[in-house]
Design a protein around this ligand. Structure first.
Ligand code: FA5
Length: 353
């Protein structure tokens, strides 16, 4: 009998100790280790199996009661394990949720916003103004033929006016980087003029290239916007009216612009258009060459030869054209005092726009 109660005591102690230990288990790993210690693993016997081994050494009549009790302990421990497993899973889920929780009251990380280059912004603004005045926007290629860039604009080979634009040539004879957007005049007249029978109003924005000395006012790569209007009764007054209205919409009602007589082989008469910049500082003096005025465009009435090259009969049709530099315009608009900032890719400059 004493042997019997001793083995029962062992079972009771084992059960009590196992349950007490189970209560301290808080992770799935620890739970698995607990299970292995009691019920055995592939490599080792469990404590319960070892306690059961005592069965063999008991008197025959004591065995059923011990076996029954051992089974009760086993079932109790398995049930406790299952309950604990649910609790541990919940606890682990809680921990995962609270460690990954987002505090919505914290200030957010700043998002870096991309933005358009100031030249692009200005180009778009200018195009939008001209669109409001009834002009279509059209793109023509940066790589041009010598014919479109010079010859068809009334500058045959050896024409001295070609010297006005120092040119980047390609290895392909007769193919150059356009020195201005004016070749777009020929393309626009031919594309939209319906063989010289329809009026057109087009603006052509894009990059131009000149083999030039780089200074605070002049780059060797910059944008231009060409404009061309062809109709039956267009005069210089239309050019003046259009450009004056443009200046008002661009710079405000008190913007001052002026027209100076000039020369371009593809317009007759020709003008240059200046906007008032100011003369307060030494820098203003430098940028405006001491005049207070900044040139923003060349313009004029389309030359009869150019009209003819575009398919129009100059006896019946007339038109005006202009070519302006948006970087010069942006300089005026934002008070930028050196054109070299535009392509230097310095974020301190670009982020201001
Ligand atoms: C021309 O390029 C003519 N094609 C303009 C024209 C078109 C005249 C249609 C008549 C009819 P010009 O070289 O002056 O002209 O340049 C026109 C504008 O481009 C200038 O007023 C200026 O705003 C801008 N520009 C000229 N050179 C530079 C430069 N190196 N850097 C930045 N902007 C420039």
């Amino acid at each position: 009998m004493s042997e019997m109660s001793e083995t029962h005591d062992q079972l009771n102690t084992l059960e009590a100790a196992a349950l007490a230990e189970l209560n301290t288990v808080t992770s799935a790993d620890a739970l698995q280790a607990w299970y292995g210690r009691l019920f055995g693993t592939k490599r080792s016997k469990g404590a319960l199996d070892e306690a059961m081994a005592a069965l063999g050494s008991l008197p025959r009549e004591a065995r059923p009661a011990f076996g029954k009790r051992a089974n009760e302990v086993k079932q109790a421990l398995l049930a406790a394990h299952e309950a604990r497993q649910v609790a541990v899973r919940e606890a682990e889920l809680d921990r995962a949720l609270s460690s990954g929780a987002i505090d919505v009251t914290l200030p957010g990380a700043p998002v870096q916003r991309g933005r358009l280059h100031p030249s692009t912004q200005t180009l778009r603004r200018i195009c939008a103004i001209f669109a409001g005045l009834g002009f279509e926007v059209y793109r023509s290629p940066d790589v041009e033929t010598d014919a479109n860039n010079f010859e068809l604009l009334n500058m045959p080979e050896e024409h001295p006016a070609r010297d006005m634009w120092d040119t980047f040539y390609t290895t392909q004879p007769g193919v150059i980087l356009r020195t201005h957007t004016s070749p777009g005049q020929i393309r626009a007249m031919r594309a939209f003029g319906k063989g010289g029978s329809a009026p057109i109003r087009v603006v052509l924005p894009g990059m131009v290239y000149r083999y030039e000395q780089v200074t605070a006012r002049s780059e060797m790569q910059f944008n231009q916007i060409e404009g061309i209007a062809i109709g039956r009764h267009i005069t210089l007054a239309d050019l003046k009216g259009t450009m004056t209205e443009f200046a008002r919409r661009m710079y405000g009602d008190d913007a001052r612009i002026r027209f100076r007589g000039s020369y371009f082989p593809f317009t007759e008469p020709s003008v240059e258009i200046d906007v008032y910049w100011g003369l307060a500082t030494e820098r203003d003096r430098m940028i405006t060459k001491g005049t207070g005025w900044l040139e923003i465009a060349g313009a004029g009435m389309v030359h009869p030869t150019v009209l003819r090259n575009g398919g129009y009969d100059p006896a019946q049709w007339s038109g005006f054209a202009f070519g302006m530099g948006p970087e010069r315009t942006a300089m005026k608009l934002y008070g930028i005092n050196d054109i070299r900032h535009f392509w230097a890719n310095d974020l301190r400059f670009l982020e201001q726009f």
